[in-house]
Ligand binder design. Structure first.
Ligand code: NAD
Length: 479
């Protein structure tokens, strides 16, 4: 019989209103388990539990919080292979990527175990003699955390760890496609010594429990990562309810390749950022902007490298790219390959569904050429292994094309010129800029986030996470 996994509400494992099977995208006959689907009533209980736990937790000692976060991080790191395998089986990342993501989650908890000891304020003299001023940070209250399916353990970690570190109570709603990593993380947190109600897990669909979570009067702030469409609606709802909100959304990240680039390096980082993790990263580069002189050599080398990529079961050794995570996403990816061609682009590699020993959502990474900035393929996020090349005359045109997008998450340049690298870092309209590195692949101790339609609100990760998960108090004392 398939194992059942329940929601965690007020320190108790609570049965779902129904259960949903968690299916391995590499092998559709492999079911990881049946995961509880919370009802709106369950969501309400989770918020009430978090509210009840907040007064004590918000003034709990920072040593206790630090110890709990450290314990969680230590266990995740010790179990990185097991959790990484679960991730690969559930989401379709390769084993190496899955284990790497699990390790990242562990390191994030360890980082915030230290950060909660370092939350500093300010003491200033008043402009009025005889008065002192203190500026301190306090927890926001009950925070709702809503996460996407593509980083099923790292994104929950980088929201939950700072939320708890700074004294907030949490209601966590993971993406319904990947409840396995979320449940495993919740189970570890449930044994960390954190009091009942401080951390709650509610699994289920966005329309059923995401919406009530955003609109619940008992929730003080919402941190969301996901698509632009859903994020925009959440921002509107939070504005109406005067609720603090932080949104991390999509990307259409440019990778510029200049004539003076190291060709082998440029090809490797382009393949890495466009196709690894099956292109399912908000920081993936889907627009390769290539200058004239290097274009023919770059295209040839890309085709050769792409022909060597192994697409297959995420848990199999030697695989470069796992399956697309769901049928819906696969259909979207294939449809964009067609949309691109209908707009006049030329498909020079991949772009078709692949059959493997197991039935799964396999797709050959696709490369489109002869594309222009106005095509939908270059304006809309595909979120799959689909990249297009935009050919340009020189650096100035490349920079203009890189910035010619409604998004602004990550941007990369491949060049051996210090002058162009420096100029690009300064003038790229993205939150993160990479020189001779893939657009995807970031550290956990520095800010993460973008500009324009990619992000809204304060940055995540590193010490910048304080901005969202605390509120500032200014106190005046007559001496
Ligand atoms: P999505 O927007 O469909 O879902 C994200 C989360 O929102 C899920 O948990 C979903 O259940 C929930 N949700 C859906 N409808 C809701 C509603 N009405 N109210 C509240 N919650 C609701 O996104 P996805 O398909 O899971 O993830 C892919 C997207 O995430 C891509 O656009 C990708 O670029 C983006 N992403 C961004 C970042 C970043 O940090 N910028 C990182 C990873 C993924």
């Amino acid at each position: 019989m398939t194992q059942k996994f329940d929601n965690l509400i007020n320190g108790t494992w609570v049965a779902g209103a129904s259960y949903s099977p968690n299916i391995n995208p590499s092998n559709l006959s492999d079911v990881l388990g049946d995961y509880a689907q919370a009802s709106a009533e369950h969501l309400d209980s989770a918020v009430q539990a978090a509210r009840a736990a907040f007064p004590a937790w918000s003034v709990s000692g920072i040593q206790a919080r630090s110890d709990a976060l450290d314990k969680i991080g230590t266990e995740i790191l010790a179990r990185r292979e097991e959790l990484g395998t679960l991730l690969a089986r559930e989401e379709g990342k390769t084993l190496a990527e899955g284990i790497g993501e699990a390790a990242r989650a562990g390191n994030i908890f360890k980082f915030f175990a230290g950060e909660c000891l370092r939350l500093a304020g300010e003491t200033l003299p008043s402009v009025r003699p005889g008065i002192g001023v203190e500026v301190t940070r306090e927890p926001m209250g009950v925070v709702g955390l809503i996460t996407p399916w593509n980083f099923p353990i790292a994104i929950p970690a980088w929201k939950i760890a700072p939320a708890l570190a700074y004294g907030n109570c949490v209601v966590f709603k993971p993406a319904d496609l990947v409840p396995g990593c979320a449940w495993a993380l919740a189970e570890i947190i449930s044994r960390s010594g954190i009091p009942a109600g401080v951390f709650n897990l509610v699994m289920g669909r966005g329309s059923v429990i995401g919406d009530p979570l955003v609109n619940h009067p008992g929730v003080d702030a919402i941190s969301f990562t996901g698509s632009q469409g859903v994020g925009g609606r959440i921002a509107q709802q939070c504005a109406v309810n005067l609720k603090k909100v932080q949104l991390e959304m999509g990307g259409k990240n440019p990778q510029v390749i200049l004539d003076d680039a190291d060709l082998a390096q440029a090809v490797e980082l382009s393949v890495q950022s466009a196709f690894f993790s099956t292109g399912q990263r908000c920081t993936a580069s889907s627009r390769l902007i290539v200058t004239d002189a290097i274009y023919p050599r770059f295209l040839d080398a890309m085709k050769t490298r792409m022909a060597s990529l192994k697409v297959g079961d995420a848990q199999q050794a030697g695989i470069d790219i796992g399956p697309v995570s769901s049928l819906t996403q696969l259909e979207q990816d294939l449809s964009y390959v067609q949309i691109g061609q209908d707009e006049g682009a030329v498909l020079v590699a991949g772009g078709e569904r692949l059959a493997r020993d197991n039935e799964g959502f396999y797709m050959a990474p696709a490369l489109l050429t002869e594309t222009t900035a106005t095509m939908r393929i270059n304006r809309e996020e595909v979120f799959g292994p689909v990249a297009s090349i935009i050919r340009v005359k020189g650096y100035e045109e490349a920079l203009a094309e890189a910035n010619n997008t409604p998004f602004g998450l990550s941007a990369g340049i491949a060049t051996t010129s210090l002058k162009y690298a420096t100029h690009f870092k300064r003038h790229s309209q993205a939150g993160m800029v990479m020189v001779n590195l893939p657009t995807a692949g970031v550290d956990y101790h520095v800010p993460f986030g973008g500009r324009k339609s990619s992000s809204y609100g304060s940055r995540e990760q590193g010490k910048y996470a304080q901005e969202f998960f605390t509120t500032v108090k200014t106190a005046y004392t007559l001496s």
